[in-house]
Design a protein around this ligand. Structure first.
Ligand code: GZL
Ligand code: ZN
Length: 339
């Protein structure tokens, strides 16, 4: 009897064991099937990025790549190395590859009508991010998410006014003109055009503020340095430097210090992006105002791309949250920037 019982027990255990194995295999199979189904269901996003010209840009790229990975979105990434023709080639390859959605950062505002028409003919929705485009037919892209460069420029102008109007009131400033040097971003890019326009909008009402020099440093530190060497030689009396991005500002600081000048003291400096190095310079008194341009738009971008892939509408225009950091702020409270 006991023997039988033991026998039954043993058989029972074998059956349970086989059931567990089957269940495990089944799950595994399901898992394989599941991932298989997931593979087919995963959306494919073609992402055309400008390049890696600044810390801001590389942070923006990482943000999109990480968000895509978190969401199980397949990202086909192309780095255009600062060339519009490379971007157009990339968009065409995304169309040929029949991605579900195209996301791209237009390096300049013009020249996209034809390739976006091709994307539309292929039935591929397009999300524009970071920089804006000018197209005849606005329906060629589904929407924009990115920075409000006009507002950034206005904030820079308002800081300069505040900085000097107070000084004028205290009549410390005996100068007739406040002389301003502008380091312009990439020619033809919506962000440089917007920053320049917003800055001028604020200062145009004050004729004693004049822009004596404005050249493009293409958002590059090396060019910011070269331009600074040039304008520091050209002008004796520069009161303000308005730089369209921190990368160029870091080049300016280097050139000023080589000449024994004190950035942030001898010349007021306003800069845009708010990468860590600029916040550090603000803390050291080497710049006087840092205007944030938020590169961490990946999660929002991928969410919008998923909506487009699902055939849903998205907002035409979506600005991201941005702050301004002033020399008078409690600077120890600023979180590490991560770029
Ligand atoms: C701004 C972005 C600009 C940054 C630069 O939205 O397009 O390009 O200000 C970057 O640092 O190179
Ligand atoms: Zn002056």
């Amino acid at each position: 009897m006991y023997h039988d019982k033991k026998q039954i027990n043993k058989q029972f255990r074998i059956i349970i064991f086989i059931m567990i194995i089957c269940c495990f295999l089944g799950c595994n199979a399901r898992k394989k099937d599941f991932s298989q189904i997931e593979e087919e269901d995963r959306i494919i996003v073609g992402f055309s990025q400008i390049g890696a010209e600044s810390a801001w840009r590389t942070c923006n790229t990482r943000s999109v790549q990480n968000a895509a990975a978190d969401q199980g979105v397949q990202l086909v990434y192309d780095n255009a190395e600062q060339k519009q023709e490379n971007q157009i080639k990339a968009l065409r390859s995304f169309i040929a590859y029949q991605v579900d959605v195209i996301v791209f950062v237009p390096i300049v505002t013009d020249g996209w009508d034809n390739v976006l028409q091709e994307a539309r003919d292929a039935g591929i929705p397009v999300l524009v991010t970071d920089r804006k485009i000018d197209v005849v037919d606005q329906s060629l892209y589904a929407g924009f998410i990115g920075t409000d460069s006009l507002k950034e420029g206005r904030n820079a102008g308002l800081f300069v006014l505040d900085k000097f109007e107070n000084k004028l009131e205290r009549s410390e400033n005996t100068e007739e003109y406040i002389n301003i040097v502008e380091l312009f971003g990439t020619e033809g890019s919506s962000v440089a055009l917007g920053r320049a326009e917003g800055f001028r909008e604020v200062l145009n009402a004050h004729p004693n503020y004049r822009i004596i020099y404005s050249k493009s440093g293409d958002f590059l530190r090396s060019k910011g340095y070269e331009l600074a060497v040039e304008f520091l030689d050209m002008y004796e009396d520069i009161d303000v430097i308005f730089s369209h991005n921190d990368g160029m500002t870091l080049g300016v600081i280097e050139a000023m210090e080589e000449k024994g000048l004190l950035p942030g003291t001898d010349i007021v400096i306003v800069t845009i992006d708010a990468q860590q190095a600029a916040i550090d310079a603000l803390r050291e008194g080497k710049v006087n105002c840092v205007i944030e341009c938020n590169p961490k738009t990946g999660p929002e971008i991928i969410k919008l791309a998923q909506k487009l892939a699902a055939g849903e509408q998205i907002p035409r225009l979506q600005y991201v949250h941005e702050e301004v950091f002033y020399e008078t702020d409690e600077l120890s409270l600023i979180e590490p920037r991560g770029y």
